[in-house]
Design a protein around this ligand. Sequence first.
Ligand code: NAP
Length: 253
Amino acid sequence: MTDSPSRVAIVTGAGRGIGSAIATRLASDGFAVALADLDEAAVKTAAEAITADGGRAIGVGVDVSDSEAVDAAVATVADELGAPTVLVNNAGITRDNLLFKMTESDWDSVMNVHLRGSFLMSRAAQKYMTQQNWGRIVNLSSTSALGNRGQANYAAAKAGLQGFTKTLAIELGKFGVTVNAIAPGFIETDMTAATAERLGVPFEEFKKAAAAEIPVRRVGKPSDIANVVSFLVSDEASFVSGQVIYVAGGPKA
Ligand code: NAP
């Protein structure tokens, strides 16, 4: 990086898994990074590790589905690091069940974190992006958007994020803000480990079976997603907007 002040990125759900890998990657790309998560202790520790490695980072506790908490968290980032012009909406949960067993709470919880959370975070951050005439939003969709047994709530939310992405791209493009979605396939994290546990299959066996179905014959790693985020938030990606990029070891879409 040059001596110019680094751009500021917010990564939600950065306490572990894909979000943690994205935050670390953006810090090594030269961004000042705010790691935002329900688990404030985890992100504060992760931010300290980035700082110890020579980066600039803070950890912020936030529930992305709570509008007051979101507005406060984004304002804290602006005060402590500067105007956030990169936002990665990564926070996510699963509450899987077949439709006849899915509760209203399973449905609402998933909608609240993925859809309401991405909406609230994007609404709070866009004002800094439009003021600076530069911004990047990346939303985490999923191959489940195409349909996945036991995930009516999650698939609906991840498909909804694709429409949200395309609409924000249309609205914010004239302000130099691009908005894209990444739709990961199987990535090895606590989330997929929890799915294996729910199905009663040892995680190693679950990964092996998944890899056999994936054209490149392996499951994904959080860094596979972080690599694509790194490109999408770069200056070089300024003509890429409103896209859904499947990062799944094969076409999937
Ligand atoms: P993960 O390991 O379960 O991590 C999710 C993170 O989001 C956790 O740190 C969690 O915090 C945080 N979070 C949950 N609810 C939140 C809220 N209301 N406010 C703030 N933070 C919240 O998941 P992952 O596998 O890394 O997935 C990251 C994203 O990629 C998700 O959007 C997921 O749907 C998507 N994705 C994952 C896969 C996959 O195969 N892993 C595939 C496609 C898409 P706590 O630790 O406090 O709960």
